[in-house]
Design a protein around this ligand. Structure first.
Ligand code: NAD
Length: 406
């Protein structure tokens, strides 16, 4: 195999050279602080595991404020081309430009590369302050559909002629009485997008020996969108995984040994159950808006968005962008103060995706030891008894030292 250069994708498999080129976007606001902390940890983990045999060649690409200053564009074509060419990349948070051609650079990147699965693992690191009594019971991976739903950007503003025309059409065709001063948004949920997301969640659950996949939806109210998501989920589970799964309706008690349980929950009760009985949930497959709320709510249980990694993935084409799940926190920009864990853990997810799980595990154990030593950034230090506050860069140095200790 080619030892240096581009990752390729053949027969549904990612082929990763020993020295892959990986594009990165530093990000806006606190982006440069957390990126320089995270890249040190990622490189050190690879170095410890393979002593130079493997090494990532980082390639900076521009997006956000840095791109706008240098090129006059928020998301240059070359950036999208680089992610397409090199397949796997990583990014810090980006400012959402107000009044530009698109609402969010993140949404634009996800749509342009058809990164249909937003994957967010949520697990607890002992010692990290949490608002719940038993945060160690939270161990879930959320698969959020990333291309449809009210995020598709299909909205018309109140008061415009085209909005009134659509309301008139809907009144005539369906008898829908939409108030004349309404804005109108469209919520498309397709069978194809729902089933490819559900398949990604089930494939992941099977490959990692997880116990269950829960479809979270509002199908009791939105029958033909959220309800259809649920029905299509069960349909594809039974069609494509018949001998590997068992559904809720088919069993009285625990699922038989070795079978993945497929179940569902209505979104509002899910929020309650995730707090009261988090151990009942494992892999979650859900629609776009539900997934957005759920990921941040679960992250809060394990210490907040500063702790939660994320990835946007197209499993069919072999494209993935790993990212910090929080925003640019502009008031902390350049202060070397914030918590880089979200981006560090996103880097660990990326290493796992590359087929380098040894390095991902190194990072997790380095973080575990650092949290246990109570030397943490301000956000955790203020909530932790006996903690020593350290800077963003110092925190990453401590993680590197702890990784080296074995
Ligand atoms: P935010 O996540 O940037 O910050 C909210 C607060 O959370 C901060 O003030 C800070 O107190 C805390 N915080 C966030 N990250 C932290 C970290 N790593 N360590 C410690 N504390 C941290 O959310 P916001 O203020 O709503 O958004 C600011 C900007 O970020 C907006 O332009 C928004 O569009 C953008 N944004 C980008 C992404 C992304 O790129 N994926 C995600 C969310 C928001």
């Amino acid at each position: 195999m080619n030892q240096q250069g581009k990752i390729s994708f053949q027969k549904s498999t990612l082929l990763v050279p020993e020295n892959p080129v990986i594009p990165f976007i530093e990000g806006d606001g606190i982006g440069p602080d957390i990126w320089s902390a995270a890249v040190k940890v990622i490189d050190r983990a690879v170095e410890i595991c393979w002593r130079g045999k493997r090494h990532i060649i980082w390639k900076e690409v521009l997006a956000g404020e840095k791109a706008y200053k240098r090129t006059g564009r928020w998301l240059p074509r070359e950036t999208i081309d680089a992610f397409q060419e090199y397949r796997v990349g990583i990014k810090g948070p980006l400012t959402t430009p107000v009044g530009e051609g698109f609402r969010s650079l993140n949404v634009a990147l996800r749509q342009k590369l058809d990164l249909y699965a937003c994957v967010r693992p949520i697990r607890y690191f002992p010692g990290v302050p949490s608002p719940v009594k038993e945060p160690q019971k939270v161990d879930m991976v959320v698969f959020r559909e990333n291309t449809e739903d009210v995020y598709a950007g299909l909205e018309l503003e109140a008061g415009r002629k085209e909005t009134r025309d659509l309301a008139n059409y809907l009144r005539k065709a369906h008898g829908w009485d939409i108030s004349r001063d309404s804005g109108i948004g469209i919520k498309p949920i397709s069978k194809s997008a729902s089933q490819r997301l559900v398949k990604a969640a089930i494939d992941f659950a099977l490959s990692k020996n997880r116990r269950s996949v829960t479809f979270v939806h509002k199908g009791n109210i939105q029958k033909f969108t959220e309800g259809a998501f649920r029905s299509w989920g069960y349909e594809i589970a039974r069609l494509d995984y018949r001998d590997k799964i068992v559904t809720w309706e088919e069993i009285q008690e625990s699922p038989p040994e070795g079978k993945l349980l497929i179940k569902d929950a209505i979104a509002d009760i899910f929020f309650q159950q995730a707090l009261l009985r988090p151990e009942d949930f494992d892999v979650i497959a859900t629609t776009n808006l539900n997934g957005d709320y759920i990921s941040d709510a679960l992250a809060a249980q394990v210490g907040g968005v500063g702790m939660a990694p994320g990835a946007n993935i197209n499993y069919h084409k072999g494209y993935a962008i790993f990212e910090a799940t929080h925003g640019t926190a502009p008031k902390y920009a350049g202060l070397n103060k914030v918590n880089p864990t979200s981006l560090i853990l996103s880097g660990a997810m990326m290493l796992e995706f590359l087929g380098w799980p040894e390095a991902a595990k190194k990072i997790e154990s380095g973080l575990e030891k650092t949290f246990a030593s109570r030397k943490v950034t301000y956000d955790l230090a203020r909530l932790m008894d006996g903690a020593t506050e350290v800077s963003c860069s110092h925190f990453s140095e401590l993680v590197c030292e702890n990784m080296a200790k074995g």
